[in-house]
Design a protein around this ligand. Structure first.
Ligand SMILES: [Mn+2]
Length: 357
């Protein structure tokens, strides 16, 4: 039985364009810590093999600290590590795959042709992207011999119809005869899949980078024998991106509505809470002050609606009524645009304030 750790899509040195420059530096630093946790996991599991299926780096521009962190983390892994460069970190004479001195236990696939490596207890197949696109199937008609050995492939590619990121069809997988196909490219973990007699999986990215990469992120831990694969998802991320929706309708108010939808532990969350429902305008500044120290990051978004009894005032024969009639129409024309609701609230507050002054 072979113990394998399968990771992909670390996208180290991502620009984190949505964050302040300072915060982006911090996040890139935290990405490097993922490498230490990967090495720690390999030691803890006493792994026989670590497979990294591409897009370990976000681009060919790599900070020196990252290159160093990568080398020292991989050197601290007490078993062979195989890297299959992907579309973001493709193999080229300029890439760090060529220019850096890698630890002895690290093997980097360097050709578009499938390469075969014989290991104790396993035959490993792998290949590299050598440019940002790849129109042919990376399995390239592979059909492994029935020699009773464990056959595994590690590569970057996109399962699905024709695409330029190494298209792989279910039939390609089934006819490969592999025991396991370790893939990278898709950032959402696939879970263990099977096509024909071949198991395959995307572990997903090990840490989310934005609100399009939600939930638990990590790597796969596999126990492999010919024809038999057990896979377990191991969370590796320090922080998780999550979006919650809290309905403020009712007498309890916005704060209790928010607390109700949150999990017990929030200090590892980069969180967006969308307030919905009907009621008095929530005081986002105050709510943020009350809650934000419990989170790594918190954004509150107001998608609530004005209460019905306030809308009823659009019948009034005064400026407020006229304003509410216009806003009522706007809200009906674009019911999913929260800006009109917000405009109605602010406008009403301004008008009422004005009358009182
Ligand atoms: Mn990719």
């Amino acid at each position: 039985m072979l113990k394998i750790i399968h990771g992909a899509d670390f996208h180290l040195d991502s620009p984190f364009a949505g964050l302040s420059p300072q915060r982006a530096v911090q996040r890139r630093g935290e990405q490097r810590e993922l490498l230490e946790r990967l090495a720690g996991l390999a030691r803890e599991k006493n792994a026989d093999l670590v497979l990294l299926a591409g897009d370990l780096l976000d681009s060919e521009r790599v900070f020196r600290e990252t290159a160093q962190a990568l080398c020292s983390a991989l050197a601290a892994i007490p078993c062979p590590v195989f890297i299959s460069p992907g579309n973001h970190d493709f193999y080229s004479p300029r890439s760090i795959w060529t220019t850096l001195d890698w630890p002895e236990n690290v093997h980097i696939f360097s050709s578009e042709e499938l390469e075969q490596v014989s290991l104790p207890g396993c035959t490993l197949w792998g290949r590299a992207f050598t440019g940002p696109h790849q129109d042919a199937c990376p399995l390239d008609g592979l059909n492994v011999p029935e020699d009773g050995k464990l056959h595994i492939a590690c590569l970057h590619g996109c399962v699905g119809p024709q695409n330029s990121y190494g298209p792989i069809s279910p039939l390609d997988i089934a006819s490969s005869g592999l025991d396991y196909l370790a893939l990278g490219h898709v950032h959402q973990a696939s879970g263990l899949q099977k096509e024909g007699n071949t198991f395959w999986a995307y572990p997903g990215c090990p840490e989310g980078r934005g609100f399009d990469e939600l939930g638990e992120k990590g790597v796969l831990y596999l126990e492999a024998e010919p024809g038999k694969i057990n896979a377990r998802f191991i969370p590796l991320a320090k922080y998780r991106y999550e979006i919650f929706s809290a309905d403020i309708t009712g007498p309890e108010g916005a704060l209790s509505a928010i607390l109700e939808v949150l999990p017990g532990k929030t200090s590892d969350l980069i969180c967006r809470v969308v307030l919905t429902g009907e009621g008095e305008a929530p005081n986002l500044t105050k709510l943020h002050q009350l809650l934000s120290s419990e989170f790594y990051g918190l954004t509150l978004i107001d998608h609530t609606r004005l209460p019905e009894d306030l809308w009823a005032r659009r019948e009034e024969d005064a400026l407020t009524g006229l304003f509410l009639r216009i806003m009522w129409e706007k809200c009906r024309e674009e019911p999913d645009n929260p800006l009109w609701q917000m405009a109605a609230r602010y406008g009403l507050a301004a008008l009422e304030g004005g009358e009182e002054a």
